[in-house]
Write a protein that binds this ligand. Structure first.
Ligand SMILES: [Zn+2]
Length: 206
């Protein structure tokens, strides 16, 4: 099944992940792929990247109060792919799109600098592999996080690169900055019961 594009995926066990607090199944194939940057430290070694990912997971779990590291995958500064929630678990990475996307985050900040060629190739291969394995629909759309939310993510430099990738769709996508129906409908609590959800509940009842 693994053609020329077989990506090297560092498993959770390999990078020393803590177990998720809970996991909700992601219905595949998804129709969207969302690109992020982690906007923090990076490394060019497996050991260093593993440490960075453990820190990101700690931040997402302890500070953000999510069930696990938010992304489905992280592209390490070393050009390896690190398994986050993986292909089959709902992520916490793009409000309103978590249930219909795979979120891939590039380790580092790419506002001004570009990811290495190895990182870009790894991400492209991962997407191609996801399509091959039917985790991602063959008619998927590719976006930057900024297309669904008011954010700089994935950084101006990286964004200008993915704009040229196949199946890219930019602009403000439906539900931009609004996260109501999907989380509510699925009973997904990763966002917490915050004000917009309470508001949407109010409108749905009407
Ligand atoms: Zn993002």
């Amino acid at each position: 099944m693994c053609a020329a594009v077989c990506p090297v995926i560092v498993s959770r066990a390999e990078w020393g992940a803590q177990p998720p607090k809970s996991a909700i199944a992601l219905k595949v194939p998804v129709d969207h792929v969302i690109i992020h940057h982690t906007d923090g430290a990076t490394s060019d070694s497996k050991e260093g990247c593993s440490k960075v990912i453990r820190q990101i997971q700690k931040y997402h779990v302890e500070t953000k109060k999510w069930d696990d590291i938010g992304y489905n995958f992280v592209v390490g500064g070393d050009g390896r792919i690190y398994e986050g929630r993986g292909w089959k678990t709902l992520g916490s990475q793009a409000k309103g799109y978590n249930s219909k996307s795979i979120g891939i985050s590039f380790m580092g900040n790419y506002n001004k600098s570009e990811p290495s060629a190895a990182m870009l190739t790894a991400a492209k291969n991962l997407i191609e592999y996801g399509v091959l394995m039917k985790y991602i629909s063959s008619s998927y759309e590719l976006h930057g996080h900024r297309n669904v939310k008011c954010t700089d993510c994935p950084g101006a430099s990286l964004y200008s690169i993915i704009e040229k990738w196949p199946r890219f769709k930019g602009g403000k996508l439906p539900g931009y900055n609004i996260y109501i129906y999907i989380p509510f409908h699925l009973g997904v609590f990763q966002l917490g019961l915050n004000f917009p959800i309470l508001l949407s509940r109010h409108f749905i009842k009407k």
